[in-house]
Design a protein. Structure first.
Length: 127
């Protein structure tokens, strides 16, 4: 970590990821609190795009924003854009094309996870 890294809570990171996805016109954006049911992360952020270009734009927007809060641990699928995963350790963003999201159905897989509403003041599209 460099001296310029700002600390962010896992929930704030998840909310920022969701807000940035919404700003890129993502559909069906959800934040799932998986702290009690999994050790892979604290929160999952799911977002759908209509095209590979849109999912790439969502992921790139999040990646650029989150740079000031530390480095992404891994990025998968960015080149193809069908299903892009950004793993920050505490938060994992999944930006996928609608048909890919339906096929893998993480929404159902994580159905037991409580949902976190994105507050209006985080929703960039409402400003």
């Amino acid at each position: 970590h460099t001296a310029t890294t700002t600390h962010i809570t896992p929930l704030d990171r998840a909310l920022r990821c969701a807000a940035l996805a919404l700003d890129k016109k993502a559909e069906d954006v959800k934040i799932l609190d998986i702290r009690r049911i999994s050790s892979i992360a604290d929160y999952l952020v799911l977002a759908s795009g209509h095209s590979d270009k849109q999912t790439q734009a969502i992921a790139e927007s999040v990646r650029l924003d989150q740079k000031k809060f530390g480095t992404v641990l891994s990025i998968e699928g960015l080149r193809e854009g069908n299903w892009v995963i950004l793993d920050y350790g505490d938060v994992i963003l999944h930006a996928f094309k609608e048909e890919v999201r339906r096929y893998y159905d993480l929404d159902d897989l994580w159905a037991d996870a409580p949902r976190i509403e994105v507050p209006a003041d985080y929703r960039l599209d409402q400003k």
